[in-house]
Design a protein around this ligand. Structure first.
Ligand SMILES: [Zn+2]
Length: 480
């Protein structure tokens, strides 16, 4: 009998290999190679396949080189415990559960398969790749040491949503991709380029039809991840989320490199106790939230997300102006800290736009009380005097052009149409009168009559106001 003792206390009942105390599954790599050379790989492979055929699903303490499970349907959970596996490939298969516990799995690849639950815990691995997989329950990668985690084209496909699940917690717990308490991580990527599948296809002689599609889940949870801090990887993108659809929850993570979220539809983006030492880029993405979530979580975002580099928000759409406001605000503060006022101004303008939208939305929804009406008027005032004139003080060219356009063209035309200036000899006199009025010189050689008095008064105020705006904005831009 093989000498291996299971954690239950029972002994392995398989026949030991000739010259060893262990069976073909349990014989350590080194001993096997010493006794059988390269042939041990084939011996182990066949032993595993036979066990699988006989219905063994629970493997403990096995040492295997290359496990390839292609086009198989396993109705029971497949479990590996305290084992060492060089490579585990599952392709074109239907699995119930795949559980890896306290094992060493150099590389785990699941491609074009259906699985209820993938549960990885206490595993030491170089890479875990999940590619084009439909999962019915969850993908949980926990308490492990994994360098690369890649999830591509993977969707949560619940079998049937019962009414109970729909309203209860059970429904919400499923559909979770959880990557938590990992250490030594170099990169976590959702839908990144992955040439390995092609290579695998060639190597195994199996055609994999990997359709590019978004990764869909209720929640993508990244928590308690310790990244490989070595300087070689420091500047790399550490968390890359591309074409992801679902809630994003990042908790207790400090990222030495960049974070990128692109082409995604993110619901309730939540960052709790997150520090990013480089930049965070949000690009071509849609971010969603609702009122309740805004009240409960959004105010914390500013305190919970610390970014040492920059926040770049490009071509993003927010369904909720409050969400936009908060994101643009943290983006602005990162640029302000670095001293790039121009970029900070850009985000400041977007932040103010979002704020205005929020007030408008608030006004539109509720009952029209006097207080709300005043608030609306305030917003209108803000639009005319702060946005239209100078983009909230970020654009000094605007007041100049506006001033020139109205003083040289707009007002003179008004005077001419109403014939409200005397005495005039030519069209130029209207322009001259307009300039003299706007600059409040008022020589008195020409003077307004009738309606002209009203127009001239407005112009005088306008001229003074715009001059003040120009000076303020100009000074703000260049004199600091
Ligand atoms: Zn054994």
């Amino acid at each position: 009998m093989c000498e291996y003792v299971y954690s239950s206390g029972k002994k392995c009942r398989r026949k030991p290999l000739k010259g060893s105390k262990y069976c073909s599954l349990h014989i350590p790599f080194e001993e096997g190679e010493l006794l059988y050379g390269e042939k041990i790989k084939e011996i182990k492979r066949r032993a595993f396949e036979r066990s699988l055929e006989r219905g063994v699903r629970h493997f403990e303490g096995v040492q295997l080189y290359d496990i390839v499970i292609i086009e198989k349907e396993l109705k029971e959970a497949l479990i590996f415990r305290n084992s060492k596996i060089k490579r585990l490939v599952i392709g074109k298969s239907k699995l119930k559960n795949l559980t890896l516990i306290n094992s060493e799995v150099d590389s785990l690849i699941i491609v074009e398969s259906t699985i209820d639950l993938l549960y990885v815990t206490g595993v030491n691995s170089y890479g875990i790749s999940v590619c084009s997989v439909d999962f019915k329950s969850s993908i949980l990668i926990r308490n492990s040491s994994v360098k690369y985690v890649m999830i591509n084209s993977t969707e949560f496909r619940p079998e049937e949503v019962t009414a109970e699940e729909e309203f209860g917690e059970a429904g919400r717990m499923a559909g979770r991709i959880e990557i938590s308490n990992l250490e030594g991580v170099r990169r976590i990527a959702i839908n990144s380029k992955y040439p390995l599948i092609e290579r695998l296809s060639k190597e195994l002689g199996v055609e994999f039809n990997v359709v590019k599609r978004p990764v869909r889940a209720h929640t993508l949870y990244l928590g308690g991840i310790k990244f490989d801090e070595s300087p070689r990887f420091k500047r790399q993108v550490r968390i890359y989320v591309n074409r992801f659809s679902g809630q994003l929850l990042v908790e207790n993570v400090s990222v030495p490199g960049h974070v990128e979220i692109v082409n995604s539809k993110v619901r309730y983006p939540e960052f709790v106790h997150v520090t990013i030492y480089n930049n965070i880029v949000l690009r071509n993405s849609k971010l969603y939230s609702d009122e309740n979530w805004n009240l409960a979580y959004l105010p914390n975002l500013l305190a919970e997300l610390e970014v040492y580099g920059f926040i770049v928000i490009e071509n993003c759409h927010f369904n909720n102006p409050y969400l936009a406001e908060v994101f643009y605000r943290i983006a602005r503060t990162t640029w302000e800290k670095s001293g790039d006022k121009e970029k900070a101004d850009e985000y400041y303008y977007l932040e103010m736009l979002a704020r205005r939208k929020r007030v408008l939305q608030y006004y539109r929804k509720g009952p029209k009380t006097l207080r709300r009406t005043f608030r609306l008027l305030e917003v209108l005032f803000e639009f005319f005097f702060a946005d239209l004139t100078c983009k909230y003080g970020t654009d000094w060219k605007r007041p100049v052009f506006l001033w020139l356009a109205l003083v040289i063209f707009g007002f003179p035309v008004l005077y001419a149409l109403t014939s409200s200036v005397t005495p005039v000899n030519s069209g130029f006199d209207y322009i001259y009168f307009s300039i003299v009025t706007a600059t409040t010189l008022g020589y008195g050689d020409l003077h307004p009559v009738g309606l002209g008095k009203v127009i001239a008064s407005v112009e005088a105020i306008f001229g003074m106001f715009m001059w003040a705006v120009f000076l303020t904005v100009f000074a703000r831009k260049y004199m600091r």
